[in-house]
Write a protein that binds this ligand. Structure first.
Ligand code: PMP
Length: 403
């Protein structure tokens, strides 16, 4: 069980008022708020150990390098990876997926090859593949939805061909809050000898992930959705793929030797970490993961599932309510009557309630559902049932205003 009263005290931002009302922050799928220990970790770097990493023989550089590499070990443990050098720091999920599209695509894909993605993908797991399609002539196959907004696994099985080279799917939909059966998806792909990239942006904050159990070939997530700062993220990749892939960015740190005629590349993970890394963000990410572990990810998950279950139950009582799919995670998407999601979001904002409205960077899913967008409430460790009640009252008030 989580002690939300105590947890809330760790998040300075949550104490404020918005439009004169206590802030009810239900936009956690977009980004989570940060606990004091993460905020402190950032200022501590600049107050005590700041120096560029890896290249310096001097004391501060060595201490900063050690702190950064300890954070890599923390990430490795947190996601159950086999090796530290399979953890590559990026700016976030988006950059991690672009890295795979560019480097895996550049190394292994050619005109006529196929990549399978799904109907529920975020734009960041669609557009990089379209860019690759336009660059080298691959094609995309899309896993369709069943009537209850789940991925159609039978149809997925039929999408494979001799030309299928990669499957890239979201672990949890950022719109529907539905967990996809990624283990099954991976096992099916592997039975065809096809590797799988999992977009873990919406699962890592809520589910205990383990790379070795999942057997994902690549796994991407963003620090800012798991209580860490913005601008830092992770790409996990199996050594056998990362070793064989061409680098992504060129520059300092990713090289072994550079001559005008020829350059040789550094070992993993540095081959994929060109330039000065965001070592401050990395160290703070390590701190955020420690914070999650101190509360217990299973406890956080149980708390969020209970809030989601409660929210769905309460929402269903509102006339004209339409919930998309049956969420099992920490987010729920809905529409009420013919109230435009942006109008509902604006009214809720005036009541101090932060929800996300719109297409949630998943326009193809909106097209499939035949809607312009939804209102999404998404939960984190610090949210409470009272906040769900405030949301429900706010929606009921909006419904009355539009009646
Ligand atoms: N994939 C999913 C499922 C997401 O929810 C998000 C963020 N909304 C992203 C990818 C992109 O993450 P970021 O903007 O942190 O790169």
């Amino acid at each position: 069980m989580l002690n939300t009263d105590e947890i809330r005290k760790e998040f300075p931002i949550l104490g404020q008022k918005v439009h004169g009302k206590p802030l009810v922050y239900l936009d956690n799928a977009a980004t989570t708020q940060k606990p004091q220990c993460v905020i402190d970790a950032i200022s501590e770097v600049y107050c005590t150990i700041n120096a560029n990493v890896h290249r310096g023989v001097h004391h501060l550089s060595q201490v900063a390098t050690e702190a950064m590499e300890q954070a890599r070990t923390k990430v490795k443990e947190f996601i159950g990876a086999a090796n530290r050098h399979e953890i590559i720091f990026t700016r976030g999920t988006t950059e991690s997926i672009n890295l795979v599209a560019s480097s895996f695509g550049g190394t292994f894909l050619k005109s006529g090859d196929e990549v399978i993605i799904s109907s529920v993908e975020h734009h960041s797991n669609i557009v990089p593949w379209q860019l690759l399609r336009d660059r080298i002539g691959i094609s995309l196959r899309i896993i369709p939805l069943t009537a209850d907004c789940r991925l159609d696994i039978e149809a997925y099985k039929g999408l494979f061909s001799e030309r299928t080279k990669l499957v890239s799917v979201a672990h949890v939909s950022n719109v529907l809050g539905i967990t996809n059966p990624v283990k099954e998806i991976i096992d099916i792909a592997h039975s065809h000898g096809v590797p799988v990239l999992v977009d873990g942006a919406q699962s890592t904050p809520h589910i205990k992930v383990n790379m070795q159990e999942l057997d994902a070939d690549f796994f991407a997530f963003s620090g800012h959705k798991v209580y860490a700062p913005t601008g830092i993220g992770v790409l996990y990749g199996k050594e056998k793929w990362l070793d064989a892939m061409q680098p992504y960015h060129g520059g300092g740190e990713m090289i072994k030797s550079v001559h005008f005629e020829k350059t040789t590349f550094n070992e993993l993970p540095y081959k994929f970490e060109a330039g000065t890394p965001d070592y401050t963000g990395i160290i703070a990410l390590g701190k955020a993961l420690e914070w999650v572990e101190s509360k217990g990810i299973e406890n956080i998950a149980a708390h969020e599932h209970e809030l989601t279950r409660y929210a769905v139950e309460q929402l269903r009582g509102i006339e004209g309510m339409r919930i998309f799919g049956e969420p099992d995670g920490a987010a729920v998407s809905f529409l009420v009557g013919d109230i435009h999601p942006a109008d509902l979001g604006t009214i809720l904002d005036h009541l101090g309630i932060a929800v996300r409205t719109g297409h949630h960077c998943a326009q193809p899913l909106m097209e499939l559902l035949g809607i312009p967008g939804t209102v999404r409430a998404s939960f984190a460790a610090y949210n409470t049932k009272e906040e769900v009640d405030t949301l429900i009252k706010g929606i009921e008030r909006a419904v009355k205003m539009f009646a």
